[in-house]
Design a protein around this ligand. Structure first.
Ligand code: FAD
Length: 284
């Protein structure tokens, strides 16, 4: 697979069972030798210690780089500065810089903080730390659900890149044309950073529908109908989901995607099955 880059996203476990299971999941995923893991972060700093601790656990256990997601909505500059210092001291070299979403109640009752958009965070990181961090940002081939329209959303993405992003990870999608259209628009706008498709393996009808509607991703009608029909036959659903996502990944990689970012949802098996179906080597 040459110079392609692969990354695996984890979240800080929130239950005792999740904490107990994480080392096994991480060991199985680490055996595939991703370029890095990333660890999500609640908006408003709600689980900043969870992100930090999960990140350190992953690095100590595997020796593989891990990148924290850092959300800025609802945070102060002082809080973000302190988190960046802590990550720098821990040897972190890569940050996934995001706005994040606050619950509606928090948005209405509290001040929105000192950052409004991810672009503000990217600018702040560059001002405070120069090039000490490689900065990844989010991209939305099917448009961010709160954007006014696709053109405005794209302009905001372009400005976020101009603020200093090095690479982007996309929101999940099941429609490769949306990614290729986004890449064409990037080409016309002379945006040269690599943009890695975000891939969510399909393991359940309900969850796939929920994730898609939550982030504004299109679940193609034929896929939805097939998943709905197979929802009580777990193995058949997994097989069908695997074939859909394998074809998606193959199409993306064959047509220029620089690698893939897997939303693992802290499960090793779906990503491992996909890895195997893509014919990717498992290093000895
Ligand atoms: C790869 C990936 C990882 C993620 N990880 C996390 C995570 O760990 N924790 C979490 O809470 N969420 C996470 N999210 C979700 C993300 O926080 C939400 O999608 C959030 O709503 C937007 O974040 P953003 O960084 O894309 O925001 P932005 O780039 O700031 O965009 C948000 C919205 O504001 C608009 N906008 C941007 N700039 C401007 C401007 N200057 N003026 C007017 N409008 C503007 C955009 O068009 C868009 O509609 C992740 C998403 C992705 C794709």
């Amino acid at each position: 697979m040459g110079d392609l880059r692969f990354s695996f996203e984890l979240f800080p476990p929130r239950t005792a069972e999740g904490v107990a299971k994480l080392p096994t999941v991480v060991a199985e995923l680490a055996a595939l030798r991703p370029d890095f893991f990333s660890v999500t972060h609640g908006a408003g700093g709600s689980d900043q210690d969870g992100t930090y601790e999960t990140l350190l656990t992953v690095v100590r256990q595997t020796g593989i780089e891990a990148a924290p997601h850092l959300t800025c909505i609802g945070s102060t500059r002082a809080n973000v500065a302190a988190q960046l210092e802590r990550y720098r001291e821990a040897g972190v070299k890569r940050i996934v810089a995001l706005r994040g979403d606050l619950p509606a109640t928090a948005m209405s009752s509290a001040a929105p903080g000192e950052f409004q958009y991810a672009g503000d965070l990217v600018r702040f990181i560059r001002e405070e730390h120069g090039d000490a961090f490689w900065i990844e940002v989010a991209a939305y081939p099917e448009m961010h659900p709160q954007a006014e329209n696709p053109g405005a959303d794209f302009d905001h993405f372009r400005r976020k890149v101009e603020a200093g992003a090095d690479a982007a990870l996309t929101q999940l999608f099941y429609n490769s044309e949306a990614y290729f259209d986004f890449m064409e628009r990037c080409g016309r706008a002379e945006i040269r950073i690599p943009i890695y498709p975000g891939i969510l393996p399909i393991t359940s009808f309900e969850k796939t529908q929920r994730f898609c509607s939550g982030c504004g991703a299109d679940l193609p009608r034929w896929v939805r109908l097939r998943l709905e029909q197979l929802k009580d036959d777990k193995q058949a659903l997994l097989d069908f989901g695997l074939s859909v996502v394998t074809r998606l990944c193959e199409t993306l990689l064959r047509n220029g995607a620089p690698g893939l970012h897997f939303y693992t949802i802290n499960q090793a098996a779906p990503t491992m099955r996909l890895w195997e179906a893509l014919g990717m080597a498992v290093p000895a």
